[in-house]
Ligand binder design. Sequence first.
Ligand SMILES: *Cc1c(COP(=O)(O)O)cnc(C)c1O
Length: 378
Amino acid sequence: MTDTDALLATTRLTIDLGAIAGNWRALDALAHGAETGAAVKANAYGLGAAKVVPALAAAGCKTFFAALPGEAIEVRKATKTGRLFVLAGLGPATADAYLKHGLIPVLNSLGEIETWQQVATKAGRPLPCALHFDTGMSRLGIEAGEAKRIFTEPGLLDGIDPVLIMSHLACADMPSHRLNGEQKRRFDTIRMMFPEVAASLANSAGVLADAGMACDLTRPGIALYGGQALSSGMGPIAPAVTFEARILQIRNTKKGETVGYGATKTLERDSRIAVAGAGYADGYFRAASGSGVAMRQVCTGAKGAIGGHVLPILGRISMDLTTFDVTDVPEQVLEAAEWIELIGHTIALEDYANAAGTIGYEVLTRIGPRAERVYLGG
Ligand SMILES: *Cc1c(COP(=O)(O)O)cnc(C)c1O
């Protein structure tokens, strides 16, 4: 985005790199001596790997997880020395990119192991990799039957160098869920087969909920970015993101008038309305509308804020615009205001996400490219 684009942008995403670094340190302090890595997939959860990765590296992070090889290549530009794991696994066409950029594949099946062995044979040296075992998520990962074969036929790993074994928790955000203990037990069994290899199990919620999950290396993502990993609360994690929409117009409207598409909101009093320049094309979800969408049968709409004053959304969020009720905002506050906070210190990421029927992860990764990105600290 050029400077002119930034001037003209009607949404602004402010990313506090100091808070992200602080969150990494807070998670590291909870990890009981395990190494603390960072999940930076999806362009660091939409916040910009080019800025976030150096900030994390400066805080002490040495190991990063991307989802796709293309993402990891971008992360490599931001850290020459970091260890970069690629979660999505290995297709034959991607092997060259792994070698060229020093990426470590997370292998998810015997087939992928075989492919990596062929690459290693060609390269003439044992190549590093992670082995991902499925312990109860039925998503990616070497499944139990394949794992048994690896234990009984160690030759299956000839020529490659597993530097990490890992698994992923399905229910870490709900610490009392029985699957957590079950997955830990299964993973411990696998660890015994690889006593020399570092082990990784915990995402953000795993670290925050249970120090016993930390193993040798943790892989937090959402908590770094100020998201709420545990359903029970934020713990030591600080918000790191502010998302705002520019006020384009303030209008005075009469009781009985309707607002927005579908005329779903009828004003119950003479009202002051702020029209803000954010809509679903900016990743401000239509499902978070104040009225007139199906979601409203289960919860109220999202809120905005000006100077700590909370503002209901009126009617439907449209592609580029959202209308807020600013009737109760004091005159001087409103006059000075240029922006409405959509997410930030007044409107918690998780509260907005709930109002849209989703989670903070989806909110962050969907904030649109039209938003000006502003970085604090770092
Ligand atoms: C995304 C991801 C993480 C990070 O999860 P958070 O819940 O964001 O902390 C860790 N491990 C794997 C395999 C992932 O896909």
